[in-house]
Design a protein around this ligand. Structure first.
Ligand code: COA
Ligand code: ZN
Length: 316
């Protein structure tokens, strides 16, 4: 994979917002289409340059996202923002391209067992389908990203050999995809492991084309993001409120929380280009949308700069 023209500095951290897809796919409630469209539009207004809008998967597998085409048709596209669709097979790719997705995100797992649970097929069958999906997207204006789920560990099989993940990255390169995502589907990764795999992957995939997809299932989400950033990764998936999780991975919980990550980045002097106050406002509206409290912490605590009045001193 050749380097994209845009250069990223060590002071940059790009967040791709995935709440409309990863966040909502696991929710038992069906969030109405208009509310999904309003959420994506608000995320565009908050400054995201990349938003994963929905997935074109079987509506039986993920009923919560059965309205993907309507959501794509209804959103107001901000110039410069890439609107991404996750796709599992050729049918999904064709539906996403017809809906006008700017990028399709092909997904398979490093783990054979998780791929069968999630995608109903073997890893080799997924790779074969990828070939057809890439062919379908070439000649359209859409770019192609490909994700390796369970890259840092599988809830059924346990650790995944780093060589297996590297071989998949190489296969993705042979297929001619534009970008690669390494996903820690159920938060099994640790910062040293993440830094090692990021360094190895950057030998093949330039930072402009690499995304880390981190779940906070065991509380290590932000630590893993910072380790990856320190190793040279620059683009990260995150979900507003810390929503998210794979419905086909036992014990899956939310992505690393967007506003928590952005708050920490800004405190550290890392640029995200995002409006943190707007993100907090949106995150505070999520419980009404999904019907329960959400894990994110900064929306509850406020920004570090949101100070409290000093307590009145009691008279002696
Ligand atoms: N979009 C819409 N419908 C689809 C579809 C797609 N991308 N792919 C398959 N279908 C439909 C088929 O048309 C068929 O419909 P029918 O029963 O009305 O005839 C039905 O789904 C079964 O199709 P089949 O090819 O046998 O698929 P399957 O049942 O083996 O499921 C997947 C395979 C990949 C479609 C399914 O496992 C899936 O959607 N997985 C995604 C899971 C996910 O989103 N995980 C979280 C994100 S990583
Ligand atoms: Zn995920």
């Amino acid at each position: 994979m050749t380097s994209a023209s845009k250069s990223l500095t060590a002071e940059t951290l790009i967040v791709q917002e995935v709440a409309p897809r990863d966040g909502l796919q696991i929710e038992p409630v069906f969030v109405p289409t208009e509310a999904k469209i309003a959420l994506v539009d608000a995320l565009s207004a908050a400054g995201f340059t990349r938003i994963e809008v929905s997935s074109f998967v079987s509506p039986k597998a993920v009923p919560a996202l059965r309205d993907a085409a309507e959501v794509f048709a209804g959103i107001a596209r901000r110039p410069g923002t890439v609107y991404v669709a996750l796709v599992p097979n050729l049918k999904g790719a064709e539906r996403a391209l017809a809906a006008g997705a700017d990028e399709i995100n092909l997904v398979m797992s490093a783990s054979e067992t998780h791929n069968r649970a999630n995608m109903g097929m073997s890893c080799e069958a997924s790779l074969e389908a990828f070939g057809h999906m890439v062919a379908a997207a070439r000649g359209t204006r859409a770019t192609i990203n490909a994700t390796i789920a369970t890259a840092f560990g599988c809830p059924f099989e346990g650790p995944q050999a780093v060589e297996k993940v590297e071989a998949l990255v190489a296969r993705y390169g042979d297929l001619g995809v534009d970008g690669v995502t390494l996903a820690d589907t159920t938060g099994m990764a640790n910062p040293r492991q993440v830094a090692d795999l990021v360094r190895r992957t950057l030998a093949r995939v330039p930072a402009e084309r690499l995304t880390l997809h981190v779940h906070n299932t065991r509380g290590a989400g932000i630590a893993n993001v910072l380790a990856a950033h320190g190793a040279g990764a620059r683009r990260f998936d995150a979900a507003l409120g810390g929503l998210g999780g794979c419905p086909f991975a036992p014990g899956a919980t939310g992505n690393v929380c967007t506003e928590d990550l952005v708050s920490l980045c800004h405190e550290m002097g890392l640029e995200t280009g995002l409006d943190l106050a707007a993100l907090i406002g949106l995150a505070r509206g999520l419980p009404a949308l999904v019907g329960h409290e959400v894990p994110g912490q900064v929306a509850k605590a406020g920004r570090p700069c949101d100070l409290h009045p000093a307590p009145a001193r009691k008279a002696a």
